[in-house]
Design a protein around this ligand. Structure first.
Ligand code: PEP
Ligand code: MN
Length: 371
């Protein structure tokens, strides 16, 4: 193996950075050579640079052949274990577009709110209207619930998805809801704008693979004992299957103190933003498990740079069929929104609004070619 060969176990990712004056023909030539070498080329037209990524799994790339091509400025090996999610692979923030015109990862901080679970038509339509009027632009609500106990409410299933779709029709809110098994991804994708993968399923690889091929954005929640590297590697499954529209979610990790349900890991937000180009939202509801602590942590998450919040809000929390103790009353959500707006503005952002979302937001640059 010569000095111009990169080798690294099995997984290897290399980024070919093109000269900014490179011609389309030179870019096409690099794509073709990568194909001839037996790899998949992923051209990325960024605002700052044109780069072509190459992911291999046989651990060797003859970089000299690529370095010699016209228009190539640099050939860089991605050093992190996760490749396509890393900042090395893509310098610019990824902006995920939801079907409704909302974007996550742009300047706007997106508020997702709603009950833990869809419990019935009246409940979901009522809370959808309330959270929309208070400033949310995405409605959350589980139709398939991964419950710790098999005797707890498991969700309304497909009926719950239909009710969420009706709530979207009425309010204009985008829908985020969980898929709990690979076979369930398609039906969730049929009704939802964003497919949630829950903490308990962060490392369910068949589920990740299926969600990576479904063509809809995915909200990937951090596992309750997962390291940041494990979270990013789980996200890599989604990207490696062809889905670039991934939103990460910090929702707290398991620790020793029973006074809170989880320890909300605030540092994860700036840490993740430095390691990956993917957006990250915060879930202070599961992060604390305690209603009175949700708004303080929501404020902190916005200050720390979260691209959005996902918050449980119920019309009548004491009667909630799941997670009532951490669910906000609508008035408390109003207060959360009122507090978070000035914090967002203090760091040069703003709370995303439904109307703006339909027209604003940085559009993702289109790929030059797909391979
Ligand atoms: C939820 O969002 O209601 C949920 C089950 O969250 P997590 O997977 O983070 O526990
Ligand atoms: Mn919940």
């Amino acid at each position: 193996m010569g000095p111009n060969t990169f080798s690294e176990g099995k997984a290897l990712a290399v980024l070919i950075v093109m000269d900014h004056r490179a011609t389309p023909a030179q870019i096409e030539r690099v794509v073709d050579v990568i194909g001839e070498m037996g790899y998949r080329a992923k051209p990325m037209l960024g605002r700052q640079r044109i780069a072509i990524g190459l992911v291999g799994n046989d651990g060797r790339v003859q970089s000299a052949r690529l370095e010699g091509l016209e228009g190539v400025r640099d050939v860089i090996k991605v050093s992190k274990p996760y490749k396509q999610v890393s900042r090395e692979w893509r310098e610019e923030d990824s902006v995920v577009e939801l079907g409704t015109g909302m974007v996550i990862g742009g300047e706007g901080v997106v508020l997702m709110a709603g009950p833990c679970a869809v419990e019935g038509r009246e409940q979901i339509l009522d809370i959808a209207t309330q959270v929309r009027d208070l400033g949310a632009s995405v409605l959350r609500g589980g139709a398939f619930k991964p419950r710790t106990s098999p005797y707890s409410f498991q969700g309304l299933g497909v009926r719950g998805l239909e009710l969420l779709a009706e709530a979207r029709e009425r309010t204009g809110l985008a829908i985020v809801t969980e898929a709990v098994e690979p076979e369930g991804v398609a039906v969730v994708a049929e009704h939802a704008d964003v497919i949630q993968i829950g903490a308990r399923n962060m490392q369910n690889y068949p589920l990740l693979k299926r969600a990576g091929r479904i063509g809809k954005p995915v909200l990937l929640k951090r596992g309750m004992s997962a390291t940041i590297t494990e979270l990013l590697l789980a996200a890599e499954y989604l990207l490696s299957e062809g889905n670039p529209d991934v939103i990460l979610c910090e929702r707290g990790v398991r620790s020793f103190d029973p006074q809170t349900r989880n320890v909300f890991d605030l540092t994860a937000i700036p840490l993740v933003k430095s390691l990956t180009h993917l957006p990250i939202v915060a879930d202070p509801s599961h992060g604390t498990g305690v209603r009175s602590k949700v708004t303080p942590m929501a404020r902190a998450a916005v200050a720390a740079g979260a691209d959005g919040l996902i918050v449980e809000v119920h019309p009548n929390p004491p009667e909630a069929l799941s997670d009532g103790a951490q669910s906000l009353y609508p008035e408390q959500f109003a207060e959360l929104v009122a507090h978070c707006g000035p914090i967002a503005r203090a760091i040069g952002r703003s709370l995303a609004t439904l109307q703006e979302g339909a027209v604003a937001g940085a559009r993702k640059p289109a790929p030059l070619a797909s391979a």
